[in-house]
Design a protein around this ligand. Structure first.
Ligand code: ISL
Ligand code: CA
Length: 536
């Protein structure tokens, strides 16, 4: 028996609760809806669910603005519904990771209401307040949603900091009481039985003590180097503190979002793993989301990432989430989307490190076009038409060909993508050759083969002729994954003699055998070979 740690060796799945399944016909996905779909997720073979926020919230940023950490928002259900979800998930050996948004709260959180009530309020220092400098903002920091990160508060005659919307004031992690309070909010959920947390913008929590202005930079997105409001050295102490809390409970975990511009920085992301034991258990690095679909680029990106993972640390890999364009048609290869999706699925599920799937990725949900009048994401409303926001990747899960894709009997909160008649769970579950069954087989393979879940990783072909190939080895098992990233047929030759058989393939039957690692690859072929006989 191989020892398995759920968050390392299992496949994790992100649910955006608003869009997963609506159980009561109000057009918005909810917690009982997720519980009703647990059998589907168990069938798919996943080990855990990361739930985007379900806490009480005025929903200006769809839950990423929390007004009560200890309450479930009524739109998603009740605390009873949450406990049921937890119990029913655990019964199926599926763990639950909650989203903890602790860089900021909603401006309607009682802490902020108190903090903004007067300068002398005991919670004044729980947020970041400052006088203006000559009538202007305290410094040049910008909000992620553009404009100054400082909002004038006439009531108390000071500015407060908000890295996102002005309704999302940043809390002050330098204040020990605030820290303890946040630890308490985490304990509340750990005591209830939650298995872990995804930490929203983990690298933004703490700001320069002197609130120094950022230096100028030409990078067009931000116009400033985000030097003093992100990635401060003290961040690591905060992470260590959070890790200690989680470790008191055993078998729980933290996965952090490390977000920076330009997006993706493996060294930075990996730094939040500390020595591999004392900070985050997993950290997202988004580099690969911004690479073109290309064997060499993907190889380089992964290589860099692995090189940075500390000895006792563990990587994770992700291609889509609720903030980024979906992976399926991100590269919009002329008519190649489905075949490319299979190559990426194979890569994600055969790499070393925990794979994260985003709901709908397994059926090839696309980035849906949302008419301007129906845009809900505050970022989209602000930046349209330059940027249509994040709604295109947040449309309702496509369950069937029924009205509203079987997501709701009511009026959908965000329009369903028009392709749902063809692209849906029901149709694909019934089709042996569907993308859904492809993902499911791969997950099953990963769950069954220690080489895929635990094994070491060694590159064999690093992009030559559009091929990315590597081996995964664990104990007596040796597998070789070969992926053709091109639409042409191409030669794979790793010059390694030995007996190999096909374990899994987009094109080949398991009857095929090879006496060396050499194949003429079909366009967008992905094949996993298994070494038979003596391990060399
Ligand atoms: O998606 C982005 C811009 O449109 C990113 O800049 C995003 O803000 C960044 O990835 C941080 O994301 C997280 O925190 C935000 C929230 O809006 C995102 O949904 C969340 O994932 C504020 O809590
Ligand atoms: Ca509902």
């Amino acid at each position: 028996m191989i020892e398995r740690t759920w968050w390392k060796h299992g496949v994790l799945y992100q649910v955006y609760p608003r869009s997963f399944y609506d159980s009561n016909g109000d057009g918005i996905g909810d917690i009982p809806g997720i519980t009703q779909k647990l059998d589907y997720l168990a069938w798919l073979g996943i080990a855990g669910i990361w739930l985007s926020p379900v806490n009480k919230s005025p929903m200006l940023d769809f839950g990423y603005d929390i007004s009560d950490y200890r309450a479930i928002d009524p739109v998603f259900g009740t605390m009873g519904d949450f406990d049921t979800l937890l119990r029913e998930s655990h019964r199926r050996e599926i763990r639950i990771i909650m989203d903890m948004v602790m860089n900021h709260t909603s401006n309607l959180h009682p802490w902020f209401l108190e903090s903004s009530s007067s300068r002398g309020n005991p919670r004044r220092d729980w947020y970041i307040w400052h006088d203006g400098r000559g009538g202007r903002s305290p410094n040049n920091w910008r909000s992620a949603f553009l404009g100054s990160a400082w909002e004038w508060h006439a009531g108390t005659g000071q500015f407060y900091l908000h890295s996102f919307l002005k309704e999302q004031p940043d809390v002050n992690w330098r204040n020990p009481e605030l820290r303890d309070a946040m630890h308490g909010e985490m304990r509340f959920w750990l005591d209830r039985g939650v298995d872990g947390f995804r930490l929203d913008v983990a690298n933004w929590f703490i700001k320069d003590a002197k609130l120094r202005s950022n230096p100028f930079s030409f990078y067009p997105l931000s116009n400033r180097l985000e030097k003093y409001n992100r990635n401060r050295p003290e961040s690591h102490d905060i992470m260590k503190g959070l890790r200690r809390v989680v470790d008191e409970y055993g078998d729980r975990m933290l996965v952090g979002e490390v977000f920076c511009y330009p997006p993706g920085d493996p060294a930075l992301s990996a730094s939040y793993l500390g020595d591999g034991r004392d900070e985050l258990n997993l950290a997202f690095d988004f580099s690969i989301m911004y690479r073109r679909f290309n064997a060499w680029r993907y190889y380089r990106c992964i290589r860099k990432w692995y090189n940075r993972i500390p000895d006792n640390g563990w990587p994770c890999n992700v291609f889509s989430n609720h903030d980024q364009p979906r992976n399926y048609d991100r590269h919009s290869g002329a008519g190649d989307a489905d075949r490319r999706a299979r190559v990426t699925a194979m890569l994600l599920l055969t790499l070393r490190g925990t794979p994260f799937l985003y709901y709908g990725e397994e059926i090839g949900m696309r980035n849906s076009r949302i008419p301007r009048a129906q845009i809900k994401d505050p970022a989209g409303r602000k930046f349209w038409p330059i940027y249509a926001g994040r709604d295109p990747a947040r449309t309702p899960m496509q369950w069937s060909a029924a009205i509203n894709a079987g997501f709701t009997g009511g009026k959908v909160w965000l329009p369903v993508c028009i392709d749902y008649l063809d692209v849906n769970v029901e149709a694909q579950a019934a089709d042996r050759f569907s993308l859904l069954n492809f993902y499911r087989s791969l997950i099953e393979l990963r769950n069954r083969h220690g080489a895929l879940s635990h094994g070491n990783w060694k590159p064999l072909v690093k992009g030559l002729k559009g091929i990315f190939a590597f081996t995964r080895t664990y104990r007596e098992e040796k597998l070789c994954v070969v992926l053709n990233f091109t639409r042409g047929s191409t030669e794979f030759h790793a010059g390694k003699p030995g007996q190999w058989k096909v374990l899994f393939s987009t094109h080949r039957s398991s009857r095929e055998h090879f006496t060396e690692l050499r194949m003429r690859m079909y366009p967008y072929e992905g094949t996993i070979l298994e070494k038979i006989g003596e391990l060399k």
